[in-house]
Design a binder for this molecule. Structure first.
Ligand SMILES: Nc1ncnc2c1ncn2[C@@H]1O[C@H](COP(=O)(O)OP(=O)(O)OP(=O)(O)O)[C@@H](O)[C@H]1O
Ligand SMILES: [Mg+2]
Length: 336
């Protein structure tokens, strides 16, 4: 079974970068490793110095043992629907604009698709280490809650209430849709709106058994994964990092990214005369205060939750190749 590391945290803290760094390090230490990103931006490709990154895992050139993939949410949902629904239902769902809107745009659908893909790769047994970079839009925690949310959505009370206790409820829905007032709505809004909605709800119900069973697998894989929360010492990502404790299984590690060197906290005056010296001393004082604050929040975090905390230094130039990522991984513990 693969060792799985899920890298999560607030937006922009360095999740994609550190997920890539973890995978590069694992591959360079001899494990076959996959890094899976959900970030639609090209960040993973940029960090690894690649031109392209597709939905299917591809070997990273010149990095033996390392593969990378960027989740295509639409393609993943298509595969799920084809797997869990009869062919005619699958065709109808995939052509339905409501289904498309949910699959393409809802963060929860994106998170769920990522969990499904992760599970598929874990179960393939192809990689010893799988590093998952969680979706930025989901604010981290949603990723862990997505399987249960998806089960509730598709099998939930609201949908049962709309579609009726037993399938098929399609006829009943069409009868409602045929009411003159609602027909008028169709002509005003332009298109067979209500028919499409009725189709959507009924077809969605038929996915329930398949998705529900898969969602439990995804949950189990997530519970077994090592969770790494990335943050910086800034208030907003810190608040987000605190939310993980108590919301999900306790994360194993908190990484303070873009940390200032500890020795900056006690750096003395520059000793340089004149205007330059004044500027340098102000900068030393300013960054010293920041470094102090960083060290303090890290200590508080580790004390409060009894969790391992590490600091990854703020590089002068953002990493854009595997060597730079590997250097960044010096600050991280070896993949368990
Ligand atoms: N330790 C570091 N030193 C310098 N630059 C860094 C470091 N870590 C990350 N960066 C840079 O910070 C930017 C944001 O990093 P990254 O894209 O990994 O964040 P993210 O958490 O994945 O963002 P999003 O939530 O938008 O997906 C990138 O330009 C990256 O190169
Ligand atoms: Mg990212």
């Amino acid at each position: 079974m693969s060792r799985v590391v899920v890298v999560t945290g607030a937006g922009g803290v360095g999740k994609t970068t550190l997920a890539a760094a973890t995978a590069v390090r694992a591959a360079r230490q001899g494990s076959s490793a996959l890094v899976l990103t959900v970030d639609p931006a090209r960040r993973l490709a940029d960090a690894l110095g690649l031109d392209e990154l597709g939905n299917d895992p591809e070997p990273v050139p010149n990095e033996p043992g390392l593969s990378a993939a960027m989740l295509d949410v639409t393609a993943s949902w298509e595969a799920m629907v084809n797997q869990h629904a009869e062919p005619d239902v699958a065709d109808r769902l995939l052509a339905n604009p409501y289904f498309r809107a949910i699959a393409d745009r809802f963060p929860a659908a994106q998170s769920y698709a990522a969990g499904e893909e992760m599970s598929r790769y874990i179960e393939s047994g192809r990689w010893e280490v799988i590093v998952v970079d969680t979706p930025p839009s989901a604010g981290g925690i949603d990723f862990f809650e997505a399987p249960a949310n998806m089960r509730n959505l598709i099998g939930g009370r609201l949908l049962r209430w709309i579609t009726g206790a037993r399938l098929p409820g399609r006829k009943a829905l069409y009868r409602i849709a045929a009411r003159p007032a609602l027909r008028l709505a169709d002509s005003v809004l332009g298109g067979p709106l209500l028919e499409e909605i009725a189709d959507f709800f009924v077809d969605l119900r038929t996915l329930h058994d398949g998705i529900s069973a898969r969602a439990r697998h995804v949950e189990r894989h997530l519970a077994e994964a090592t969770t790494v929360v990335v943050t910086t010492s800034d208030p907003t990502p810190l608040r987000e990092a605190h939310r993980f404790f108590g919301s999900i299984e306790k994360p194993e590690l908190v990484v303070f990214n873009r940390a200032l060197p500890a020795e900056w906290a006690d750096a003395g005056p520059s000793g340089v005369e004149g205007k330059i010296g004044v500027i340098a001393d102000k900068a030393i004082e300013r960054w010293g205060t920041e470094a102090h604050k960083g060290a303090r929040v890290q200590a508080e975090f580790s004390e409060r939750y009894g969790v391992d905390v590490v600091a990854v230094p703020w590089l002068a130039t953002p990493p854009t190749d595997a060597d730079a990522l590997d250097t960044l991984a010096d600050g991280l513990p070896t993949t368990p």
